[in-house]
Design a protein around this ligand. Structure first.
Ligand SMILES: Nc1ncnc2c1ncn2[C@@H]1O[C@H](COP(=O)(O)OP(=O)(O)OP(=O)(O)O)[C@@H](O)[C@H]1O
Ligand SMILES: [Mg+2]
Length: 427
């Protein structure tokens, strides 16, 4: 993450008063205004004409007769969870901009009431012409549905001065894995990779158990704190699965290209949890290599890189391949053996086996998150390192710089030394 780039923003993007730090004159927590009750239209005070019909004895109204003001079927308002208005963004003091992504701008801020340091993601709504976007609703909904030790904690949603200023407030986490991998001098140790992968798998298993597909797992969406804990973030492309889908099926415009599963690349409109497991395989490889596994420029290059690493594709290895919309447009490359061993010469056989089970052509045969947690790779030596034993790094997001080695005293001035020696010689 380039700090100079982090402070700059899209020139066309309109910055709010909060982003400009103009929060001095605005009350921190405006008290809700009393809205005057709308006046009821006056009904003319005329009595109905006396009925000529014989009067029937009236059946008492079930609720009025008991003094109840609500139906017996609907619980009273006091039984509902309290509906509170969203707080104002001015409850937070803006500290610095962390990153501007495709769907939001992320800031570091301080809660002026508790002093907590948080991250605020401002949703990009200025361009929206059709109201509040479904993707933003899904992001908030998925974060709330998937609360977990290894999923970034959503605290609340706050609003600015206009309807297009909506911010998701989350715990602030010092690093994202992508930025960390680029500044770390060496790759993570195998014992550390096992810990990080187990944490990621536990979060992914939790999301899948709650019927949520993340659909954008990649190292820049994995946050890591200075206590060796990973938090899955950015649920901007997440959605529920398992419900019947519409006529067009699920969108193929998901998952960043380098982490995209072959079935999506080949046009599948029905896919499931296996798409996230492919991305987990790419992340595992990236942790080992300290750089992304498939750095393709386009979809065709991406497909050919996958074929090269995974080896020949046969009817047995992926029976559903020929039913995929784009399968006929692809000419299969000449058969060559899988390249996993050459690509990862330093990981043990169990590690290669797990990698191959994530990066499997057929989504039906790809390993699930729960199965992967039980894989022998994690129980053989070296065992996963305790997260507390991880080293810490300066947080670029918090504006910290790598500390210089301690200041040593300056070297002695040589001319004086010579003089001293000369003086000594003279004695
Ligand atoms: N809770 C947080 N604490 C610290 N940094 C965060 C937090 N959430 C996000 N970030 C930083 O902001 C970056 C962008 O956030 P996020 O991925 O949620 O936005 P986005 O607009 O969806 O991005 P993109 O489209 O690039 O994936 C992350 O990669 C991370 O560096
Ligand atoms: Mg992101």
């Amino acid at each position: 993450m380039d700090p100079t780039r982090a402070e700059s923003s899209t020139p066309s993007r309109k910055r709010s008063r909060w982003e400009n730090g103009e929060d001095k004159d605005i009350p921190r927590q405006p008290s809700p205004k009393r809205v005057p009750k709308p006046k009821r239209p006056k009904i003319p005070d005329s009595k109905p004409p006396p009925s000529t019909q014989p009067t029937q004895p009236r059946r008492p109204h079930p609720t009025l007769s008991t003094g109840r003001l609500h139906s017996v079927c609907v619980p009273p308002r006091t039984c509902h969870p309290p509906i509170l208005p969203a707080r104002s963004v001015f409850t937070y003091e803006r500290l610095n901009q962390i990153e501007e992504g495709s769907y939001g701008v992320v800031f570091r801020a301080r809660d002026t009431q508790t002093g907590d340091i948080v991250a605020l993601k401002k949703l990009k709504l200025e361009e929206e012409k059709h109201g509040f976007p479904i993707t933003a609703l899904r992001e908030i909904n998925a974060l709330m549905a998937c609360r977990h030790e290894h999923v970034v904690n959503i605290r609340e949603v706050v609003v600015g001065e206009t309807l297009t200023q909506v911010y998701i407030v989350m715990d602030f986490i010092e690093h994202d894995l992508k930025s960390l991998l680029t500044v770390m001098p060496n790759a993570f140790l195998q014992s550390e990779i096992k810990t990080l992968l187990l944490q990621l798998l536990s979060a992914v298993a939790h999301c899948h158990n709650n019927w949520i597909l993340h659909r954008d797992l990649k190292t820049s969406n994995l946050l890591m704190n200075n206590r060796g804990r990973i938090k899955v973030a950015d649920f901007g492309l997440a959605r529920r699965y398992g419900d019947p889908v519409g006529v067009g099926g699920l969108t193929q415009l998901v998952v960043t290209l380098w982490y995209r599963a072959p079935e999506i690349l080949l046009g599948a409109t029905t896919y499931s949890t296996a798409v996230d497991m492919w991305s987990v395989g790419c992340i595992f490889a990236e942790l080992v290599l300290k750089q992304p596994l498939f750095q393709a420029k386009g979809e065709i290059e991406m497909i050919s890189m996958i074929f090269k690493l995974l080896g020949p594709l046969s009817r047995d290895s992926w029976p559903g391949y020929y039913t995929l919309p784009l399968a006929k447009t692809i000419s299969l490359p000449p058969s060559q053996p899988p390249q996993f061993r050459q690509k990862f010469p330093f990981i043990a056989d169990a590690g290669i086996d797990l990698m191959m089970r994530f990066l499997t052509y057929d989504p039906e045969c790809r390993i699930t998150a729960e199965e992967a947690i039980r894989h022998p790779y994690f129980s053989e030596s070296p065992l996963p390192k305790h997260p507390d034993m991880f080293g810490s790094f300066p947080s670029v997001a918090a504006g910290e710089k790598r500390r210089k080695p301690f200041e040593s005293p300056p070297a002695p001035v040589r001319a004086q030394d010579y003089k001293l020696v000369t003086e000594f010689d003279d004695i």
